[in-house]
Design a protein around this ligand. Structure first.
Ligand code: SAT
Ligand code: MN
Length: 608
């Protein structure tokens, strides 16, 4: 079939000539059986879902227990992002930097041409227009994903503002990031489909100069929902560098004190450090209120008043299910009550979902994520450790009323953090922006069962952006420094480093975490108001014992010392690990950060 006679290709529901030409070109290359332009309507969602149910990709959950919700089980070899198959194809390898995989863009285009030739045979090609950020906001940006996966089209409908509104915002000549996704599983005439089509070979490819995304072979979240990490972080970080803004791996939280004073806090933590939990925090202190603006990504720009404004570019939460429970995150549990797509969780005998940590005891009669009866004695979990939910953000009981404000929210504080059993205090305030950038650049986290590095081993994850920065990370540090230097220092967000994960000598966590983290946020909020005391240490400003509200926690003096005291010897060792890391960036590492390192060692020497 030629592309011009392809069902659904014409007439296109837009007069955007470049978009139409691109869709025709991709259809000619990928040779789908038909084309569908997504409008994002409820009827369309119903049709897409009915088709996915018929194919066995989705199973409807009990409509009384969990209305409008579905379960998908992926191919066991397609369960997570594939960092080793993710490429930044800048013209010059040095522009991708030492932290990304680079491939020659000309060779890569050749390879993709071969891989994408006929890759959608027998399938529907969905054209998915979307807005990252509220429709029409100056902080938002548009994209169009072409995909041969109905699961991706449905998920993009949850995670982004998808459909007719985005197409309208594009007008006749609007700028969009083109993103092409295929499962890499063409169907021959008469060939039966499988529930989760994908390919052994996976390629997640970004062309930063032309701002394009090409994804081959995976149906999983971060590899396939191209608005998320591929666009909103990797491509957007490049756009942000060129246009003077910030695209960050940060949650956005609104915190209101008992006097009604609100603060907006953005926070970057590596994965498995509780970002979604902090975004949906239930404060344990009376009178304090926390509301959610975003749980994963923040796009931030300086406003005319000189303050830094942030939007959450997403419209949904794509969170890890295991470990989520009424105790750890009641608000997430409420968010998932309806209209949610679950992937790789277990199924209960009565048509609902289950995962490790949700409830005790383990229910009988579970079907595990691989579709087999769960054997609790096997030692294998029933849900995959990276099982996910995709749920609309507006369903979150703590969603802030201004979460879709096109102006964004003014950020008062930026938090960095990691999972660190030793050395790093509960909270440290940076001396200034440059020192804060130094802190962000040295973020490190210990391995968890979910990460690739060994448990306890420290992995550097600067700004929690290691797998998500679309260009040379040395240049990225420089970009942060430049923005700070240009801004009015008094209006810049203050920068803090937090660590909920300090352990005592027996290996037990010292800090209770979860809802009690509001005590640290309270101190931060009071610092911003000029009301809380701090002591200067070589590593930054740390709370005095009296300034931190610890009422009713029953922490011992030893525990407090572990949380707040800075051990200069331990920190000298800590600081000693930085040069080897910085050297990997060669001359792309800003001199100011080397100076920060030298200044830290001098401050440490002075107290030793
Ligand atoms: O799969 S995603 O990239 O969307 C989530 C994650 O791995 O952090
Ligand atoms: Mn993330």
């Amino acid at each position: 079939m030629t592309s011009s006679s392809l069902p659904g290709l014409h007439p296109a529901p837009t007069r955007h000539a470049r978009l139409v030409a691109w869709v025709e070109q991709i259809a000619a290359l990928t040779k789908p059986a038909r084309v569908h332009w997504c409008d994002g309507s409820a009827e369309e969602k119903e049709t897409l879902i009915a088709d996915l149910v018929a194919r066995g990709t989705l199973t409807q959950l009990d409509p009384v227990k969990r209305p409008g919700s579905y379960h998908a089980a992926s191919d066991p070899k397609d369960v997570a992002r594939v960092e080793s198959r993710t490429f930044i194809c800048s013209d010059d390898a040095a522009d991708a930097g030492p932290t990304n995989n680079w491939a020659d863009p000309i060779e890569m285009r050749d390879r993709l041409d071969g891989l994408f030739d006929g890759c959608m045979a027998g399938r529907t090609m969905y054209v998915v227009p979307f807005s990252m950020g509220p429709l029409g906001s100056e902080l938002s940006a548009l994209g169009v994903e072409i995909t041969d996966s109905g699961y991706v089209a449905v998920s993009m409908g949850i995670m982004t503002r998808m459909g007719a509104g985005a197409l309208e915002a594009l007008g006749e000549d609007g700028t969009f990031v083109p993103a092409v996704h295929t499962l890499g599983a063409p169907l021959a005439e008469g060939q039966a489909d499988v529930p989760w089509p994908c390919n052994e070979q996976k390629w997640i490819v970004h062309f930063p100069e032309t701002r394009e995304i090409w994804s081959y072979g995976s149906g999983y979240g971060g590899n396939a929902l191209l608005g998320k990490k591929c666009y909103a972080l990797r491509i957007a970080s490049v756009m942000a560098r060129d246009e003077g803004w910030l695209a960050e791996h940060m949650l956005i939280l609104k915190l209101t004190d008992p006097k009604g004073r609100a603060k907006y806090i953005a926070a970057a933590f590596p994965s498995a450090c509780g970002k979604t939990n902090l975004a949906m925090l239930q404060p344990t202190l009376p009178g304090w209120k926390a509301e959610t603006v975003g749980d994963d990504i923040a796009w931030m720009r300086f406003g005319e008043d000189g303050r830094l404004y942030a939007v959450n570019p997403e419209a949904g939460f794509f969170g890890v299910a295991p470990g989520t429970s009424r105790n750890t995150n009641q608000n997430a549990i409420s968010t998932l009550a309806r209209d949610t797509v679950f992937t790789n969780t277990a199924l209960t005998a009565d048509g609902d979902v289950w995962w490790e940590g949700l409830s005790k005891p383990v229910p009988e009669g579970l079907t595990n994520w691989k579709g087999q009866p769960h054997d609790p004695t096997s030692g294998e979990p029933a849900a995959h450790p990276n099982a996910r939910f995709a749920a609309p953000a507006h369903q979150c009981p703590t969603i802030a009323p201004e979460w879709e404000d096109p102006r964004g929210v003014p950020i008062d504080a930026i938090l960095f953090g990691g999972r660190r059993a030793s050395a790093v205090p509960l909270v440290t305030e940076a001396f200034d922006w440059e020192h804060g950038v130094f802190m962000g650049s040295t973020v490190a986290s210990e391995g968890t069962a979910a990460a690739e590095n060994a448990v306890g081993e420290i992995r550097r994850d600067p700004f929690a952006m290691l797998p998500f920065c679309g260009y040379n990370m040395g240049d990225y540090f420089a970009h942060w420094l430049t923005l700070g230097a240009k801004a009015d220092a008094a209006k810049l967000p203050r920068i803090f480093f937090v660590n909920w994960f300090r352990k005592d000598q027996d290996g037990s966590f010292v800090w209770p975490g979860f809802g009690e983290n509001v005590r640290v946020l309270k101190w931060i909020s009071e610092r911003l108001e000029g009301e809380a005391e701090a002591v200067d240490t070589p590593v930054g400003r740390v709370p005095t014992r009296q300034s931190l509200d610890l009422d009713g926690l029953g922490l011992s003096e030893t525990a407090l010392a572990t949380l707040l005291d800075v051990d200069a010897e331990v920190w000298t060792e800590e600081a000693g690990m930085i040069p080897a890391f910085y050297e990997t960036f060669g001359d792309r590492l800003p001199k100011a950060l080397w100076s920060q390192h030298v200044a830290l060692t001098h401050r440490l020497d002075a107290v030793l």
